[in-house]
Structure formats: C-alpha cells, structure tokens
Design a protein around this ligand. Structure first.
Ligand SMILES: O=c1ccn([C@@H]2O[C@H](COP(=O)(O)O)[C@@H](O)[C@H]2O)c(=O)[nH]1
Length: 295
C-alpha cells in the first residue's frame, strides 16, 4: 500500500527555520517536576500537570520557536499524564507552536516502527512536530522514524553530544581527532540523511542534540563540523545546567544559526505568577535573539 499523504505542506526543517526567524531560537522546556508543581501551588497529579502545561504554553506562545515537553514527567502520572500530554500537543498545534517530544526513543525493527508511529504519524494522538531519539542501538536502527518523519513532514533530534558530563564516556569513545568518535559518526550519519532529503537552502528533517555545556574544545577535538549537518541543533543545558549565551556561542561557533536553545527550569521557576513566567520567557528569548543577530 502507498504511504498515506501527509497533511504537512512544509517539512519540519523549513517550518522550524520559519519559527526561529519569527520568534528567535528559544525552545521552552515543559518539565513539570514534582518540586515545580509544588512551588506553583499545584497538586502532583494530572490536574496539576494540566494547569502547569497550559500556563507554560500560554507564556511561550508567540515568544519562542518551539516547546519541548519532557515526556518522562508526563509518564510518571500514567495514562492520565499521557492524556494531558496529548491535549498539550494538540493545543500547541492550534496555537501554531511547534512541539518537540523529548522522549529519547530508540529500539530495533518493528518496535522502533511503533515508537515512530506514536510520535510522528499523522493519526497518532501523541503526534508531535519532532521527537528526540537515542542512536545507541545503531544510527540505522532509527530508520523507521527517519523515514516516517520524512513522509509526514516531521523531524527527529538524535542524541549526539548530550549536556550531561557522563555522556562523554560513551559519546567521545573512539576519538582519533579525525571524526572516528561515536559522536562524530552520528553527526556524519545525520548529515548524509539530510543531504538526501533536504531541498536547496532548507534544513533537513534530522536534527541533533548537542548540549550548550559541551564547549568548543570538545567539538574541535572530536573533529566535528556541526554546520555540515544542515539540520537544527537542539541545545539543552542552558540556564539551570550552567550554560549561558557565551557558552552557546562558544560551543556552536559558525553553527550558531542552527542552535535551538532549550531552557526549562530557569524559566519555570519564575512561576506561579503568569506575568513572571511570561517575563522570564521574553527575557531569555531576547538574550538569544541578540545572539542570533550577532550582538
Ligand atoms: O543532553 C540533554 C538532552 C536532554 N535534556 C533534557 O532537557 C531538559 C533540560 O532541562 P533544564 O531544566 O533546562 O536543565 C530536561 O528535560 C532534560 O531531560 C538535557 O538536559 N540534556
């Protein structure tokens, strides 16, 4: 049977480029940690989760390029939490806010196909604009998601150089300074994938996760050319994990225009006052817009 036609007209790469041009490179993380729910005077249950998520979406709308719900923090509430996530994804789509489900999925064959369907198929209740994927069962084990994203006009962000210090033990393995490390191979595979899928000046559907905390020294030592990926670079680690604008500039260098910088706790701790959350989103967005403008 032929693949069903997708409702998406533009691919994820160009849609994200358009959103970043319009609102700047901030991605607001929706991380309803129990401690944050409590600080917002909300119960640690599905109703609290819903109030929290809706408020973050409202504060983020029109001020950022995308939101990134942390799926684990919805899953910990079971089916009721996933139902809240489904509604958040639908409401964000209605508000014209792009969504990246931070699910870090990765498996083999038909199981990977099921993950791909859950997050990237048009008829799935959990469909997001993009999903994060873990390539540690082999980059090509992600094939069902890479192929489905291309069909439905959605995207993927593959973990390459994560923001946590423990990531280096695996991701830097094989470092020979000329692209032999695990991370460099993932970057090269993403670049090949995008070269086959993207058109002219647009980004392809395959992005990478590269922490803002990683630093230029590691990128240089690993011999990685982030700009060659020709796709978006999701950069967690900003704010609560210690990276600021200077670290984003240093880590991404000439690839800074591709950096979609994600911040969760630093913004969310401004709540529960909606005025304060909106102000925190706008302050962060403006700092990052200034970086994109080269100031
Ligand atoms: O390398 C990675 C990949 C994902 N994350 C996720 O991003 C947010 C970061 O939250 P902050 O509060 O801004 O620190 C969180 O959901 C992580 O699971 C990451 O931090 N690093």
């Amino acid at each position: 049977m032929p693949e069903p036609a997708s409702v998406a007209v533009l691919g994820f790469g160009p849609r994200l480029q358009r959103a970043m041009t319009r609102n700047g490179p901030l991605c607001v993380g929706v991380d309803p940690h129990p401690a944050l729910l409590s600080a917002w005077d909300l119960a640690d249950d599905a109703a609290g989760l819903e109030r929290f998520s809706r408020s973050v979406l409202e504060a983020a709308t029109g001020r950022c390029a995308a939101i990134k719900p942390q799926v684990a923090l919805f899953e910990r509430h079971g089916s009721a939490g996933l139902a809240v996530l489904e509604r958040l994804l639908a409401e964000a789509a209605d508000a014209d806010v792009l969504t990246i489900a931070d699910a870090k999925r990765g498996d083999i064959g038909s199981t990977m196909a099921a993950y791909a369907h859950a997050w990237l198929a048009d008829d799935s209740p959990l469909a997001a604009d993009a999903v994060t994927l873990s390539p540690y069962l082999g980059f090509d084990s992600l094939r069902p998601a890479l192929d489905l994203a291309a069909v439905t006009g959605r995207g993927v962000f593959v973990l390459a150089l994560t923001s946590n210090p423990e990531g280096a033990a695996v991701q830097h393995a094989g470092d020979d300074g000329v692209g032999g490390s695990v991370a460099a191979r993932i970057c090269a595979a993403a670049a090949d994938e995008n070269a086959a899928r993207r058109s002219a000046d647009s980004w392809g559907p395959v992005g990478l996760v590269v922490g803002a905390t990683v630093g230029a020294a590691s990128i240089d030592r690993l011999g990685i050319d982030l700009a060659a990926v020709a796709g978006p670079l999701l950069a967690p680690g900003f704010g609560a994990q210690g990276a600021g604008v200077a670290e984003v500039a240093a880590t991404f260098g000439p690839a800074v225009p591709a950096a979609l910088v994600s911040s969760s706790r630093q913004i969310l701790t401004a709540g529960p006052s909606m005025a304060e959350v909106r102000a925190a989103v706008e302050r962060t967005a403006e700092e990052l817009r200034a970086l994109s403008r080269g100031r």
